[in-house]
Design a binder for this molecule. Structure first.
Ligand code: PGA
Length: 323
């Protein structure tokens, strides 16, 4: 991790330095609260919550502040990937139905296509259904594909697009992913738009370049940002147990929000949820959730265990800072 952290700093030395200047978040909620621009407030993130609470309350007159730079509701998605059987999914759904979930969170699960119907008909309607992929245009003679229209027909509200496994295992590129996102949004599905750098990109100091390029491909294609959640998922952290540190994740999330501010609008930068994915679990979610630009999570492995997924959903509480 030390190596990764060093190489992210090194990202500032060349290409990222030209693309990325320190964030100026005027207009965002952060402006009335301690800021990353203020080194003393930034250092608050390094302390545990016991140290953090009195420091924050001493600095700000606000009460019951939620430490979020964005204005969107906390969002947690469970990406079940190509896992499960009718039996294991029955158990997972029952555990999710029994779990106590905080109400101020948008919760979504993405079962494999063949189980969506089963999940939709048995899962509490407090949790919405996402697909893990969708076809790039209207359905027809496209063997093996599933159309957006079919997903809507069985009650899906979201689709995950641009996931690293589809980029790097299946070979989907930015242009194709952007077209898929545009089609899904135009037809009324929400899009969980994934981006993220490979380990080699990070080590070469290209983290921001890669993430901004992938984000731009969505920006160039989509009709509006109303129904998009950005999932920043460093590929080296996916399924590896090697989670990004809260500071590493926050740094990229802040840069992505800043990119949206500069290239789309203040409003989109403020309202678009930027969620983190990559080895999130019940043990590390609270520290990550405290970061002000982390608006939730996309969870793989840990979403297959109902109680642990509930812990991750409920990590929203660690964003709330008592007066
Ligand atoms: P992981 O997967 O939580 O198992 O690392 C995350 C994802 O791929 O969305």
């Amino acid at each position: 991790m030390a190596m990764l952290s060093t190489s992210l700093s090194a990202a500032g030395s060349k290409s990222a330095a030209t693309l990325y200047s320190p964030p100026n978040f005027s207009g965002l909620r952060r402006s009335s609260c301690p800021t990353l621009d203020n080194p003393s407030s930034n250092s608050l993130h390094l302390f545990d919550s016991q140290l953090r609470l009195p420091s924050l309350s001493a600095r700000r007159p606000c009460r019951a502040v939620v430490a979020m730079a964005g204005t969107g509701k906390f969002f947690v998605g469970g990406n079940w990937k190509c896992n499960g059987t009718k039996e294991s999914i029955t158990k997972l759904v029952s555990d999710l139905n029994d779990a106590k979930l905080e109400s101020d969170v948008d919760v979504v699960v993405a079962p494999p296509f063949v189980y969506i119907d089963q999940v939709k008909s048995s899962l509490t309607d407090k949790i919405e259904i996402s697909a893990q992929n969708s076809w790039v245009s209207k359905g027809g003679a496209f063997t093996g594909e599933i159309s957006v229209e079919q997903l809507k027909d069985i009650g899906a509200k979201w689709v995950i697009l641009g996931h690293s496994e589809r980029r790097h295992v299946i070979g989907e590129d930015d242009l194709f992913i952007g077209k898929k996102a545009a089609y899904a949004l135009n037809e009324g599905l929400g899009v969980i738009a994934c981006i993220g750098e490979l380990l080699e990109d990070r080590e070469a100091g290209k983290t921001f370049d890669v993430c901004f390029t992938q984000l731009k491909a969505y920006a160039d294609a989509v009709p509006s940002w109303d129904n998009i959640v950005i999932a920043y998922e460093p590929v080296w952290a996916i399924g590896t147990g090697k989670v990004a540190s809260p500071q590493q994740a926050q740094e990229v999330h802040a840069a992505l929000r800043d990119w949206l501010k500069k290239n789309v609008s203040d409003e989109v930068a403020s309202k678009t949820r930027i969620i983190y994915g990559g080895s999130v679990n019940g043990g590390n979610c609270a520290e990550l959730a405290k970061q002000e630009d982390i608006d939730g999570f996309l969870v793989g492995g840990a979403s297959l265990k109902g109680p642990e997924f509930a812990t991750i959903v409920n990590s929203v509480t660690s964003k709330k800072v008592a007066a």
